[in-house]
Design a protein. Structure first.
Lengths: 275, 258, 314
């Protein structure tokens, strides 16, 4: 039988401890002013703390109105936090440079209808300051990946919805991002489209990239994610590795989700662990 | 600077892919050709009325292009949700605003180039001589004035919710300044206090866009304006444009865009 | 009854009602005095009586062109521009201008005012004296006089908008024949004006000048001026403030004409008429003395050189 010291020395350090936090949120609060209550504020995100490690695929879950989009908006600089801070790659999210290494795919993909896919990608690549030769190579690669080579010179207003979604994915990948932020990436897609998105996420994961996405498709989340967080009424209710949560709660992600948001309490399900 | 020119490039592309400019340009040409074909007392050399009509159309068209193109930039980006993937890039709001300003301003400059080339051809065909320096000065001053108008409209697009109200208000303000700006001090002299002081304050605060309206000098073949005066006027306009852009940037930074 | 049938019947009933109303109202509309649709003139139909306001605007615009853009606005002192200078210079209307022509701008009131004067015409000039380029080149009288052509479009437009504004015809005709050499166009324009304003003594007088000064036809000129005089007597003589300026012009021209033709007695008649309304009768009296002397001597008169402008009462 090994001694305690030998057992401790046999424990390999967790890979997570060695990785740095790509996304870090500390004590984040966001409040909106309500017009009908004569200036009273409505808290949307309340004291949120979370971090996403390098190389993770992180699922950000919650019912509608939980504060997921607001949190993403803070990360992307669309909304200012009422209090608290957030960092991307160690840069405060208020600085534009924090977004140099990220790609963002919004839920609703609309782009300049008078531009072609190629022109749009070239425009975004210019903003990322990608050198010209590499820019053209990246555009070719990304258009090939999303299967839009045949329509690259047509104006986006002639594209179908599926093609516009793919343009969205292309613009999110044009700068070869180290962090991909996806807001409900499979919303409105057919099963083939969903599969392609999953393939992209898996591919990025294999390349060691970090993916942070919100979704209502819990089945997909279970397939691709390493860690998940569940937000409810602006507060973080659950945060942990998917495998550990499933093992400790002995239920599916869906059942766990419903329990967290207070939808049902089945007498057979064990009580929630403290967070 | 890279970001600014990238955003400006998209605005310029939008201008020449929309139909507004072409419609106005063709309309201007048509009206001028029709008016020019009129024989007045069998004299083919009458030129000034045609120059005036052409320049009036150029001014109206340029203001329409400047104000309508600029007024829809930010609101259309927000409405079409193209603002979000754009601001998710390493582009600050100020850079976006300045890029939009440069794009609208350069787009107006390109449109003005076409208009003034046509005007020079028209005037030269009648008068049999070209006053290149005068036309150049007029075009540059006109373009610089449009910079102030574009900056003002950009500020308005962030203050007013609807693009249509911004467009209307900007048109009224610009037209009011062009027509009445020079005379406010004369009107103020005849008013009692405190209206006199208020009007004087307005007179000193507004950008005097009428300074850049040198149509009468062009139409009636006056000598060119001294270059130092042109440079001073340009600096004056750029100062106002900068002030409006700074104000717009301050408003935009605090605005929730989602 | 089904809904589509009911809708069709309703539409048919409305159509019948509309046709009936139209037939009923049409007779009244045709008889209505304010019916502009009967006019053949497009401008009259579109603008109605409001076109007279535009006519005045374009008449003033012509004078602004005469000054190469240097013109007072409604906010400036317009004492020196009450009578259009292009009209005053043509001798077709009496002047009412007071004050300095160059003075309406005044001294700059502030730095913006001073700076702005670089960007619009701020020197007084007339087109018949070279205009802006004449001013710049230091040309004196009678520079490139044909630049006066530039005022013609606005005068033409003003006449189209208000055909009853007589002054437009006379001023236009003067510049057409004097500086442009377009005598035929001037005559035609005056005859158009006479058609619109039958019995206008101003137009008759100006037509007489066309025949006298440009066509060298003293007989027709005499007829026209005599007709003008008769019309003046009919229209103005009984007025509280008759148009003395034109009367003096007509009488003076008739007197000159008769004197030139050697009809001294008739010339005296017209000179006496001129004297009754002249602002300086003593000067006219000198002319009368001269003619009487010629009459007494029984010698033919040496013709006076034709003036470019009609001689005003000295």
């Amino acid at each position: 039988m090994n001694t305690l010291a030998e057992n401790v020395s046999m424990i390999k350090p967790s890979p997570l401890l060695a990785r740095k936090a790509i996304v870090k949120i500390e004590n984040l609060c966001v409040e909106y002013r309500r017009r009908e209550l004569c200036g009273a504020t409505k808290p949307v995100v309340n004291n949120l703390n979370l971090s996403v490690q390098e190389g993770e695929v992180y699922g950000f879950l919650g019912p509608n109105g939980a504060g997921k989009t607001t949190t993403m908006n803070v990360l992307l600089g669309f909304t200012n936090a009422t209090s608290g801070e957030a960092w991307l790659f160690g840069e405060n999210v208020r600085e534009p440079i924090a977004r140099q290494r990220i790609g963002y795919l919004p839920e609703l993909t609309y782009y300049y209808k008078f531009l072609s896919a190629e022109e749009l990608l070239r425009f975004y690549a210019c903003i990322f300051r990608i050198p010209k030769a590499e820019r053209e190579r990246r555009i070719d690669d990304v258009l090939k990946l999303v299967e839009l080579e045949h329509a690259r010179k047509r104006q986006i207003k002639t594209y179908s919805k599926g093609m516009q979604q793919r343009v969205g994915l292309a613009q999110a990948l044009v700068n070869n991002p180290e962090l991909l932020i996806l807001d409900e990436p499979t919303s409105g897609l057919d099963p083939v489209g969903r599969m392609k998105v999953r393939e992209v996420i898996q591919r990025l994961k294999n390349e060691g990239k970090t993916v942070f996405f919100s979704s209502h498709e819990l089945g997909e989340v279970e397939t691709v994610c390493d860690r998940v967080a569940i937000l409810h009424q602006g507060e973080l209710k659950l945060d942990g590795r998917l495998s550990e949560l499933a093992e400790s709660n002995r239920c599916s992600l869906e059942q766990l989700f419903l329990r967290v948001v207070g939808y049902e309490h089945h007498p057979d399900t064990p009580p929630l662990p403290c967070v | 600077m890279n970001n600014l020119f990238a955003v400006a490039g998209v605005v310029i592309k939008e201008l020449y892919r929309r139909k507004d400019f072409y419609v106005l340009f063709v309309l201007t040409i048509l009206i001028c050709v029709v008016m020019g074909s009129v024989r007045i007392f069998n004299d083919a050399k009458i030129a000034r009325y045609l120059k005036e009509i052409c320049l009036l159309l150029v001014w109206i068209s340029s203001l329409v292009i400047a104000i309508t193109t600029t007024a829809r930039q930010i609101p259309a980006e927000r409405e079409n949700r193209t603002l979000f993937p754009l601001l998710a890039k390493p582009l600050s709001r100020t850079e976006l605003l300045v890029g939009k300003f440069l794009g609208c301003w350069f787009a107006c400059g390109l449109a003005l180039l076409c208009f003034y080339l046509f005007f020079a051809l028209l005037a030269g065909s009648r008068e049999q001589h070209w006053s290149f320096i005068n036309y150049f000065q007029a075009a540059v001053l006109h373009w610089v004035m449009l910079g102030v108008v574009v900056a003002l409209t950009l500020l308005g697009s962030l203050v007013f919710t609807a693009p249509s109200s911004n467009t209307t208000i900007c048109f009224l303000a610009v037209a009011g300044i062009l027509i009445l700006g020079r005379h406010l001090n004369k009107v103020a002299l005849h008013l009692p206090e405190p209206r006199r002081s208020i009007l004087y304050a307005v007179y000193y605060c507004i950008p005097h866009l009428e300074l850049f309206d040198v149509r009468d000098l062009i139409i009636h073949n006056w000598p060119p304006i001294p270059w130092r005066v042109c440079i001073l006027a340009t600096v004056y306009a750029l100062a106002y444009a900068t002030a409006f852009l700074i104000a717009a940037s301050l408003v935009f930074r605090r605005k929730a865009i989602n | 009854m089904s809904a589509p049938r009911v809708s069709c019947l309703l539409v048919a009933a409305l159509a019948v009602l509309c046709f009936g109303l139209a037939a009923e109202l049409d007779t009244w509309f045709q008889a209505w005095a304010g019916n502009r649709a009967q006019s053949a003139d497009m401008l009259n139909v579109l603008l109605g009586d409001g076109r007279r306001m535009f006519a005045n605007h374009f008449y003033v615009k012509a004078d602004a062109y005469f000054h190469s853009g240097f013109y007072p606005t409604v906010f400036d002192n317009r004492e020196a521009f009450q009578t259009a200078h292009m009209a005053e210079d043509s001798g077709t209307v009496g002047g009412r201008n007071q004050g300095e022509e160059t003075g309406f701008l005044g001294k700059p009131r502030d730095w913006i005012d001073a700076f702005s004067r670089q960007f619009f015409p701020s020197e007084h000039t007339h087109l018949d004296q070279g205009g802006a380029q004449g001013q710049a080149n230091g040309a004196g009288d009678l520079g490139e006089g044909s630049e006066v052509r530039e005022i013609l479009p606005w005068l033409r437009l003003s006449a189209d908008l208000d055909p009853n504004r007589v002054e437009t015809y006379t001023v236009t005709a003067y510049w057409l024949r004097e500086r442009m050499g377009k005598v035929a166009e001037a005559e035609k324009f005056l005859r158009d004006g006479l058609r619109e304003n039958p019995g206008s003594y101003e137009i008759l007088y100006e037509l007489g000048r066309v025949y006298s000064e440009n066509k060298n036809d003293p007989a027709r000129a005499r007829n026209l001026w005599e007709a003008a005089l008769r019309q003046w007597q009919r229209q103005e003589a009984a007025q509280a403030e008759p148009d003395k300026y034109l009367f003096n012009q007509i009488a003076a021209h008739l007197a000159m004409l008769e004197q030139k033709e050697g009809n001294y007695r008739q010339a005296l008649v017209y000179l006496e008429m001129w004297k009754t309304r002249s602002p300086s009768p003593e000067s006219v009296q000198k002319f009368i003395e001269e003619v009487r002397q010629k009459l007494d001597r029984g010698t033919p008169d040496i013709p006076r050189p034709a003036d470019k402008k009609p001689t005003e009462a000295p």
